[in-house]
Design a protein around this ligand. Sequence first.
Ligand SMILES: [Zn+2]
Length: 340
Amino acid sequence: MKPRDIFLTKLRRGATPRVGTGSATSIVTADLMDKVGVYFPDAHLDAEKMARLAEAGYTELGFDNVMPLFGVWHEAAAMGCEMDWGDRNHMPDGKTVCDTIDEEFHVPEDFLNHPACAVPLKALKLLKQRVGNDVAVVGKVFGPWTLAYHIFGVEEFLMSTLLEPDAVKRILRELIKVPIAFAKAQIESGADALTLADHCTRDLCSPDAYKDFLFDIHSELHESIPCPLILHICGDTSDRLKYIRETGIDCFHFDSKIGCTNARELAGETLALMGGTSNMRIVKDGTPETITNDVEEKLRQGIDVVGPECAVPLDAPYKNLKMIAELTKKLSIEKIAAEK
Ligand SMILES: [Zn+2]
């Protein structure tokens, strides 16, 4: 079974000869940029460079998927936010908020033509041609909650959820057009599956707010986007996993703050789980011993795709990611053989 088939089968919790390994979010480190000879900010703005750096997730690290959208600002940039696209040691960041929450706000019709969206679409095409037979090509879109932070500012948006919930609901309905259109364009460009990232963690969105504002939106995104979806939410999401598993979304990319025993219990048997490996303790500061113990724990708890919990810190050593991928393959094959 090819890595691509293992990854995509695991998103549905199907039977495979080994456990999957990969990530829904960025696997780029500064030393991986050195190895490939491609750097931020070029890797966000040039499709050829973006594809080359993403491809290293497979060719250098040994993961079962590639994912070229390293930053979190592509859609907001395409909608007019001014950007600092970062460098070897910095992730991209928006410089200013770019709109206000009012009746006038509308998603620009041509946002997909902006380079911030057009470049990743072209990079997905290149990846599909180059490695798409062997590994899963994964795209990424942001949900309306994160987009609202980027466009209106976190504080302004969160205040509005309390003061003018109806205006917020209208804004979220308007913003849902963005992930739907961008997702469809990414699928046309060759994406086999998509990360849906939405930063509605506990410190930024209560469980009631999740149910009120986002449950229907995430369920609708699952229904409108015709490929497997991997929902990524950072932080401790244990109080909303019961809702997430009802959205119909295929897979949840989880943070180590939940803990993998807890994550599997809350996710039940049908929601696939990816990630959960601590970016600080294991990806950045791990030793062969702590990494081995961590991978073994993931395999015991039935994690379907083992890998980092979120975008890896740029100052982590890429060799640790490579070790996670190698150990996941080796130990899961041994475990499956021993159980027969
Ligand atoms: Zn995250």
